[in-house]
Design a protein. Structure first.
Length: 211
């Protein structure tokens, strides 16, 4: 398909947790496919019906959407992540923008995207340091299909990372809360102290360093 302009939806997962990386995804339609040829594809119809803000759908539905995207080539995406150490160094806002930038750079490595005008669709009211046209959409994960899909992919990918970390640090139950500040997580912090994937610049981790 000779599509000259592509829209790229970008969103993140993991700004608020006390542990783990922040992850961003940049997703777009593969310009190799014409929309009119895929609009009646069962997977495409499933995604149109079910993709919405990742916080408003069940983990099971998010996982199914994730699998649908992986098994079909009419959508392509790139992933960017920033470690807790870098988050502590540059702050979570800048780390989020860096993760988004990395996601776009990784998406650019996919075939069929060269010589295309790219317009970035961002969830929020900020822009990232890339020389592309950018549209910031407040609550974009509730309003735009590609941003919503990026939100879901980022959430599922990050959850899987935290489940891997749970095997290395089982005492924190990362597989349950994914690094967020739940009661069980805070109790584990009191009992064991922080580990290497905790964000030491975040409250209440600062208290552990100052106590």
């Amino acid at each position: 398909m000779n599509q000259k302009t592509i829209f790229i939806g970008i969103d993140e997962s993991g700004r608020g947790p006390l542990a783990g990386p922040v992850v961003a995804v940049a997703v777009t339609f593969n310009p190799k496919f014409e929309i009119k040829k895929i609009k009646n594809h069962p997977s495409f119809l499933f995604l149109l019906k079910n993709v919405k803000d990742s916080k408003k759908i069940s983990p099971q539905k998010r996982e199914k959407i994730y699998r649908e995207v992986f098994k079909n080539s009419f959508l392509i995406f790139g992933i960017g992540k920033v470690s807790p150490k870098v988050i502590d160094k540059i702050n979570i806002f800048n780390a989020t923008k860096l993760a988004m930038k990395r996601a776009v750079k990784n998406l650019e490595k996919k075939p069929n995207l060269k010589n295309k005008k790219k317009i970035l669709l961002l969830d929020g009211n900020f822009k990232i340091n890339l020389n592309y046209s950018q549209i910031s959409i407040v609550k974009g994960d509730q309003k735009n299909f590609l941003i919503s899909l990026a939100s879901i992919l980022a959430k599922v990918y990050r959850d899987k990372l935290m489940e891997k970390f749970a095997k290395k640090f089982p005492q924190y139950l990362f597989e349950k809360h994914k690094g967020y500040g739940t009661k069980k997580h805070l109790k584990a912090l009191i009992k064991y102290g922080p580990c290497e994937i905790h964000r030491f610049s975040f409250f209440p981790l600062k208290n552990f360093l100052n106590s």
